[in-house]
Write a protein that binds this ligand. Structure first.
Ligand code: PEP
Length: 251
């Protein structure tokens, strides 16, 4: 089980430190659950100094697919490693939708992340229009296949996939546990096809989209839901800790 908080473009220096401190204390010992928070780039360094020595890992929300050079405003994988990142979110639907990220671009980022020993949390998910048109399986399958083309994943620990239906992100509308499980099973099958049965089974598939303390336990109890990528609820340490606790109960 893995629970990762995506703070998005929230928190300044002071509030990020306060939130990280509260998360460390509220989460305590998460037992078998792996836990991470993903603050904005500017707060990675200071957040790492709070997390250091705790079981909570650091992740970034994005990265560039080149290592360095003339890419004004961008941040690369080795820079993220240098400030203590373990994870990097890649291809979040907000990046795909608002910043034009393609499956091919996501694929390049995953390759570069892995080269620098970062674990990419690769986001996939259909829009409401795509679901209403009955195309959700085709869309998500294509995202998984194209984003992960040629990627390695020796024992399931080099990669995380997050299924985040776009219509459930920040809307308060969560996919039902059955809807989540149905798509996770399809993603699992694709992972098994690409990486073999053991690695496919051991790769975390997270659900994301308006997960709250009240909905987490039932979602996490589904066989192919291995935790959550949490947006809004990760900004409140007590809610985030309850979600981690729910993951611990089913772990
Ligand atoms: C997200 O953006 O990854 C997310 C799941 O957000 P929320 O939990 O707020 O829907």
């Amino acid at each position: 089980m893995l629970v990762a908080g995506n703070w998005k473009m929230n928190m300044d220096l002071t509030s990020a430190r306060q939130l990280a401190t509260a998360v460390v204390s509220e989460v305590g010992d998460p037992g078998p659950v792996q836990v991470a928070v993903c603050p904005p780039f500017i707060n990675l360094d200071s957040t790492f100094s709070v997390l250091h020595g705790s079981p909570i890992r650091l992740g970034a929300q994005n990265m560039h697919d080149e290592v360095w050079g003339a890419f004004t405003g961008e941040i690369s994988a080795p820079m993220l490693r240098a400030v203590g990142c373990h994870y990097v979110i890649v291809g979040h639907s907000e990046r795909r939708r608002l910043f034009g990220e393609s499956n091919e671009g996501v694929n390049r980022k995953i390759i570069q992340a892995q080269k620098h020993k970062l674990v990419p949390i690769v986001c996939v998910g259909e829009t409401l229009e795509e679901r209403d048109a009955g195309r959700e399986v085709a869309v998500v399958s294509e995202q998984v296949r194209a984003s992960l083309a040629g990627i390695h994943n020796a024992d399931g620990s080099e990669l995380v996939v997050a299924y985040e239906p776009v219509w459930a992100i920040g809307t308060g509308r969560t996919a039902s546990p059955a809807q989540a499980q149905a798509m996770h099973a399809i993603i699992r099958r694709l992972l098994v096809e690409q990486f073999g049965s053991d690695t496919g089974a051991d790769t975390h598939i997270l659900y994301g989209g308006s997960v709250k303390p009240g909905s987490a336990a039932e979602l996490f109890s589904k066989p192919d839901v291995d935790g959550g990528l949490i947006g809004g609820a990760s900004l409140k340490a007590d809610e985030f800790a309850l979600i981690v606790e729910a993951a611990g109960e089913v772990a």
